[in-house]
Write a protein that binds this ligand. Structure first.
Ligand SMILES: Nc1nc2c(c(=O)[nH]1)N(C=O)[C@@H](CNc1ccc(C(=O)N[C@@H](CCC(=O)O)C(=O)O)cc1)CN2
Ligand SMILES: Nc1nc2c(ncn2[C@@H]2O[C@H](COP(=O)(O)OP(=O)(O)OP(=O)(O)O)[C@@H](O)[C@H]2O)c(=O)[nH]1
Ligand SMILES: [Mg+2]
Length: 448
């Protein structure tokens, strides 16, 4: 810690508030406190004091809190100056602290130091940012669970199990001529099997957590005039998109952010897919297809009157994107609203954008698609970064299991396990690189 610079920032949001906080962290804190307050506050005890300018005149009267290292948020010496919440007061206070030897903190730098000082693992640091940014109660609840360590604990348990297997394998490498337990290979196989099952379970929970954090991208697609724009408006309860009886009305991509039971959705309206001589419409169709490729879910909209019975969606859609067929305009036909099983076992959903019939079923189908239909009590918020690391871990473990089954040289098995451990360790930061840390903490707000 010594030798590190002392950082400072306004920790409260810009604008006017009852109270505003300047936070300072680093080795120069005691010295800064002496100059600014005339004395060092007793540790962790609020001190009412004048915050003094260099001419000893008072900038503000406020509460000062001193957290000596290592018992602070960052693990360094921390000084909190809780003044009156006006932008000019806080700017003057920050300028004074900078003049006394601190430098302005970069976004996320306090949390980064907390991580580097071992106060927070990466999932908890990310959970702080997610908690602050959460837009729904559900997101806030899950982020709070991650902040309590729900993800970190499970990753640590897996890391421990993985380490135990590695120890067994490395032992057989280091002492190849010893009389090792003849049951060792089957023991390793069993441990590996359990590890892979536990990892898959964690991956499923993390996927749900990621969907709740980032939301689902849902794309409305289909033939012109099917009622895509009308459905966007109905789901968003606005007049976001232009609706006319003219096929080919929508050309640009439009989207609306919609919340269903705390699940954030970004719903895209697209140009109706058809061959058109009109270059503007062609471009619209190109953009629609691009968006379909990126979707978490495509709602394929058909006009119920146009479609006899079990209409199958076109075959030129990307096979990896899940698709739900929606029969719209059922107010004009005899079809009952809600879900109907199709002959091939998949579902189709019937609704009317005009009357609203069947829209509740559609909303339920959307939350079910996000994996939120069930009680999710053990959940936590997760990020794409965590999913990537879990998936890479899974691949390395699969390779390890294969090497084991093939009775491959133990060096290969050991290497796969080492790679698996590195990938898993990235999640909490047990294994990390400067590049990774830079990417994570630069997304935080200043003062955090
Ligand atoms: N005024 C204020 N409120 C705040 C924060 C802050 O920094 N200042 N926080 C900041 O984001 C959050 C609280 N998080 C904190 C986490 C750890 C410590 C801390 O002092 N930890 C020491 C002592 C622990 C103990 O006494 O049990 C440590 O970990 O050693 C302080 C705040 C939210 N509210
Ligand atoms: N009766 C009835 N009419 C509907 C319904 N949904 C949409 N329409 C009508 O169908 C026509 C086309 O609706 P849009 O929402 O513009 O259809 P679209 O799929 O966005 O069409 P394009 O943008 O041209 O691809 C309009 O006249 C709508 O009022 C419905 O559920 N019932
Ligand atoms: Mg439209």
């Amino acid at each position: 810690m010594s030798g590190r610079e002392t950082i400072a920032a306004v920790a409260t949001p810009p604008g006017v508030g009852a109270v505003g906080i300047v936070r300072v962290s680093g080795p120069a804190v005691p010295d800064i406190a002496l100059h600014l307050l005339g004395r060092l506050p007793a540790p962790r005890q609020a001190l009412l004091a004048d915050f003094r300018a260099d001419d000893a005149e008072s900038i503000d009267q406020g509460l000062a809190l001193y957290f000596p290292a290592p018992h602070s948020f960052t693990g360094e010496h921390v000084l909190e100056l809780q003044g009156h919440g006006g932008p000019v007061v806080l700017d003057r206070l920050l300028a004074r602290v900078l003049a006394l030897g601190a430098r302005a903190a970069r976004p996320g730098e306090f949390s980064e130091r907390a991580f580097l000082e071992g106060k927070l693992d990466l999932t908890r640091a990310e959970a702080i940012a997610d908690l602050i940014a959460s837009g729904t109660e559900q997101q806030a609840r899950l982020a709070a669970r991650s902040l309590s360590g729900a993800l970190a604990r499970q990753v640590d348990e897996l890391l421990e199990a993985l380490t135990r297997v590695r120890v067994l394998v490395e032992a057989s490498l280091d002492f190849p001529d010893e009389d090792l337990d003849p049951d060792l290979p089957s023991g390793i196989a069993a441990d590996l099997g359990r590890l892979r099952t536990d990892l898959d379970t964690l991956l499923i929970t993390a996927q749900r957590g990621e969907r709740l954090r980032d939301g689902l991208m849902v794309v409305l697609a289909g033939a012109p005039n099917a009622g895509k724009s009308s459905l966007l408006n109905a789901l968003a309860e606005t007049d976001r998109a232009i609706v006319t009886p003219v096929p080919g009305t929508t050309r640009d991509l439009l989207h609306a952010d919609v919340q269903i039971d705390g699940l954030p959705l970004r719903v895209f309206d697209t140009a109706g897919l058809r061959l058109s001589p009109d270059p503007v419409e062609q471009e619209g169709v190109r953009r629609a297809r691009e968006q379909i490729d990126r979707a978490d879910l495509v709602l394929w909209i058909v006009d119920d009157a146009d479609q006899a019975g079990d209409a199958a969606p076109p075959t030129d859609l990307p096979p990896q994107v899940p698709l739900l067929t929606i029969h719209n305009k059922i107010d004009l036909t005899a079809r009952a609203p809600g879900e109907h099983p199709r002959a091939d076992g998949t579902m189709q959903l019937a609704c009317s954008a005009t009357t609203g019939a069947g829209l509740d079923s559609l909303r339920r189908a959307l939350t079910r698609h996000a994996g939120l239909g069930t009680d999710a009590g053990g959940d936590f918020s997760a990020r794409r970064r965590h999913l990537d690391a879990l998936r890479r871990t899974r691949e390395h473990l699969a390779a390890a299991a294969q090497a084991q089954a093939d009775a491959a040289p133990p060096e290969l098995l050991a290497e796969d396990l080492r790679l698996a451990q590195d990938s898993l360790g990235e999640i909490t930061g047990a294994v990390s690189s400067d590049d990774l840390l830079g990417r994570i903490f630069s997304e935080f707000c200043i003062g955090k």
